[in-house]
Design a protein around this ligand. Structure first.
Ligand code: UDP
Ligand code: MG
Length: 328
């Protein structure tokens, strides 16, 4: 990879009703960014980009005020609340036109922004993806910790590669963001897509802090929606489970058939019982298998319509050789 000696960095911050924390977060992030600028690690026109995800409070007013005070602060405003993933995608897409490096971080600074300089340093070593990983989730509630552990366990069982205890605090180089933007699905599960893209990556560990002010924007129903999106957009394994269960039921029916025949031979069976039980079991099993076959086709259609790229090229020395000698 061609390293940009002094990259332009954009820090993308999704914000949904973050009025109580925004000012303080903006100052902390800018302090860290300006240190990087004065030490010539990033360009002086690096930016902090707040994406207002349809907040109902004064978040957008605060963002515009910050912009008037200092041109380092910029913003995008959604027409309504689309969700954190959409805010991240929008911020990254816009920032990628002008940046060499993009860092995404939550507005509440639960994730430690002080590792940002280390992230930038890693990128200067040729690393394209630097994951911020929490080594301590003590600040999260018992329920959040346990449900997160369950989620990572289940995703691993489904064969989806995720970075455990990593949320949306990460650095990406421009070429990774460009690759990410080729995944056009409407409900992208960014945490699952990025490891799939490949590219050299590293992890940096930090201690997750409690939210400084305001409250979590992830009530239970949003957490369930998020987890379901992760599971369903990466795997058709739940459909397979239905198939295996159907086969199990049919196997059970077959065993029952043998048992019933033996009972018949002994002549101690209640009339009508065998035919009812066998039809219930066989039909049940057969229906499950039939549903799972339809599901397999639906699953395939689902995978196709996402139009994920078939491959991503990291380096191409072939095309470059022709650039200067275009055919006439
Ligand atoms: N967020 C967003 N849109 C939403 C929900 C959340 O942009 O619909 C932002 C939010 O402002 C914050 C980040 O996503 O910057 C993470 O949200 P939060 O801190 O509430 O999540 P938690 O830390 O509780 O998991
Ligand atoms: Mg938070």
């Amino acid at each position: 990879m061609k390293l940009v000696s002094q990259p332009r960095l954009t820090i993308v911050v999704p914000c949904y009703n973050e009025e109580p924390v925004l000012q303080a977060s903006a100052q902390v992030l800018n302090g860290i960014l300006q240190k990087l600028v004065t030490t010539n690690q990033v360009r002086s026109d690096s930016k902090i980009l707040f994406v207002d995800d349809g907040s109902q409070d004064t978040t957008w007013d605060l963002i515009t005020q910050l912009g008037h005070q200092d041109a380092v602060f910029t913003g995008l405003k959604f027409s309504r609340n689309y969700g954190q993933e959409s805010a991240l995608i929008a911020g990254m897409e816009v920032a990628n036109h002008y940046s060499d490096l993009i860092i995404t971080i939550d507005a509440d600074l639960q994730d430690d922004p002080h590792i940002i300089p280390d992230m930038v340093a890693q990128s200067q070593q040729g690393i394209d993806v630097v994951y911020g990983v929490r080594n301590d989730r003590a600040s999260d509630s018992w329920f959040k910790r346990t449900s997160a552990e369950g989620f990572y366990w289940f995703m691993k069982k489904l064969g989806v590669e995720l970075v455990p205890n990593h949320s949306d605090f990460r650095l990406l180089t421009s070429r990774v963001v460009t690759a990410l933007m080729t995944c056009k699905e409407t409900n992208p599960f960014i945490r699952g897509i990025i490891p799939q893209l490949g590219f050299p990556s590293a992890r940096l560990y930090y201690k997750r802090q409690p939210r400084q002010a305001g409250e979590s924007k992830y009530p239970l129903h949003k957490m369930i929606q998020f987890a379901l999106n992760g599971i369903l957009s990466f795997s058709i394994a739940p459909i397979r489970m239905v198939l295996y269960f159907g086969l199990l039921v049919c196997g059970g029916a077959l065993a029952m058939l043998i048992w019933i025949l033996i009972q018949h031979a002994h002549g101690d069976v209640v009339t009508g019982w065998s035919s009812i039980m066998l039809s219930v079991w066989f039909l049940g099993g057969f229906q499950l298998i039939a549903i799972s076959i339809i599901g397999e086709y639906v699953g395939r259609t689902f995978t196709e319509v996402k139009h994920r790229p078939r491959f991503i090229i990291q380096t191409d020395t072939y095309s470059k050789t022709f650039k200067s000698t275009e055919p006439t």
